[in-house]
Design a protein around this ligand. Structure first.
Ligand code: HEM
Length: 417
């Protein structure tokens, strides 16, 4: 969908629609369908996932008020019971090994190991380092006519940032990025060419094996990175098992790898499509933090997280049964007409609140301050270096129901220079 126009197309009969089917996701999130759902059926039942016939049906929640209601009530809507994402190729055992897939009290104990390091104040200490990483990557593009914004800029920058937090060698950044992309983009043929089944058979065992090397090294010699925190953590008087450490590693590295990259690239696409908005940021870089929030609203890095009902209940007038899956679709809530005026208009001065980081509650994103800082620095430095960047080909979206990202975005760096 364009970032400037509203939607007004023929209505679909919502009964029988399966929201997670790939046919709706080939060009990014199904904004027209989401608009209809918000207006006619904000709690909607899909009978299953056609690509994964064993998967049960699920409820789709598409407005902010109801996503808020689900997010805040972990007693009724569990992250642990049935997995926190609708990615059938990632076993429940893996999802539950990460604290994002746990319920209190264990969730809180693990999350608290990291919270101090992720406050806005502590994260601000990394600004110079993040800027240096971004500038070094932009330096590599000097003299080139074109590049791919995803693979030549965004991916290497975010991989180095999270890599430096985790204590990963720079030489291994690309290898970890590839493994994590295959894991989370399991349903997209470009991100994971071997198909979803390969995630269980190859990708996860490979991650476990390579992580073991990092774990063993830190057992021997503690370091001051996040991996060392996991290796030496004491939770309820016990250290974490190797499996729990690997799952903690996966959570932080996937979150770091796929999130800001996604929002940055879609944000750049919107800026190239809306040159007036781009000019506002070039003329007044103080507007960039507001533009970051607008990009998060319109292009949230993750399309959904999921919960499972712990007992029979009711949501927006719909009967939810114990065990039912509930998907919260963030690309739908970012355009909620009850919250935003002219929601399809990309407006860098809007500075909106949004649910891209979750809608509050226990699982609210740990990485908000880091993501905001990375996005601000990446926009600042890219717009400064290449203010006249242009499209050099068609960007391509992942056909994926979890990651909401471009996999390719060819740009001309300095037209006419
Ligand atoms: C554009 C950037 C990002 C977006 C849109 C985003 C989005 C989200 C969302 C929606 C959740 C809530 C999950 C739920 O309710 O089940 C979440 C949780 C989380 N995020 Fe982020 N994230 C971003 C960046 C990051 C970064 C850079 C990190 C850092 C490593 C990070 C680490 C985490 C972690 C660890 C959780 C789990 C928190 C918990 O379960 O308590 N995120 N994120």
């Amino acid at each position: 969908m364009s970032t400037t126009s509203s939607t007004n197309t023929a209505k679909t009969d919502l009964e029988g629609v399966r929201v997670a089917d790939p046919e709706h996701w080939r060009e990014g999130p199904p904004h027209e369908l989401f608009k209809q759902l918000r207006n006619e059926c904000p709690v909607h039942w899909s009978g299953g996932m056609t690509s994964f016939p064993e998967e049960p049906g699920f409820w789709s929640v598409t407005n902010q008020e109801l996503v808020h209601e689900v997010s805040r009530n972990y007693q009724l809507y569990s992250s642990e019971l049935g997995g926190m994402v609708g990615m059938p190729w990632v076993q429940l055992e893996v999802q539950n090994g990460m604290f994002i897939g746990m319920d209190p009290p264990k969730h809180g104990r693990l999350k608290s190991l990291f919270q101090r390091g992720f406050t806005p104040k502590r994260i601000a200490e990394h600004e110079a380092a993040i800027r240096a990483i971004t500038v070094a990557q932009l330096d590599k593009l000097e003299g080139r006519e074109t590049c791919d914004l995803v693979s030549d800029l965004a991916q290497p920058v975010v991989s180095r940032v999270i890599g430096s937090f985790m204590g990963i060698d720079e030489a291994d950044d690309a290898m970890w990025a590839e493994l994590m992309n295959r894991l989370v983009g399991g349903d997209d043929a470009e991100m994971n060419p071997e198909g979803p089944q390969d995630v269980i058979e190859t990708v996860i065992p490979m991650i476990v094996q390579r992580c073991q090397v990092l774990i063993d090294a830190r057992r021997e010699n503690p370091t001051d990175d996040l991996m060392s925190i996991l290796v030496h953590a004491e939770v309820d008087g016990d250290t974490l098992s190797d499996w729990e450490i690997v799952m903690g590693f996966i959570l932080l590295v996937t979150a770091g790898n796929d999130s800001t990259k996604a929002t940055f690239c879609s944000g750049m696409k919107a800026l190239l499509e809306n040159s007036g908005e781009r000019q506002k940021l070039i003329d007044d870089p103080e507007l960039i933090p507001s533009a970051v929030e607008e990009c998060l609203r319109m292009f949230p890095a993750f399309a959904h997280f999921r919960r499972t009902a712990t007992e029979d209940t009711e949501l927006g007038g719909c009967p939810i049964k114990k065990g039912d899956k509930v998907m919260m679709w963030y690309p739908a809530t970012g355009y909620d007409e009850d919250v935003y005026e002219d929601p399809y208009r990309f407006d860098v001065t809007r500075n909106p609140e949004h649910q891209a980081f979750g809608a509050g509650g226990r699982h609210f994103c740990l990485g908000t301050a880091l993501a905001r800082l990375e996005l601000r620095v990446m926009f600042e430095e890219t717009l400064k270096r290449f203010p006249h960047m242009e499209f050099a080909g068609e960007p391509r979206y992942a056909t994926a129901i979890f990651v909401n990202q471009l996999t390719t975005f060819p740009v001309r760096l300095s037209p006419g220079a």
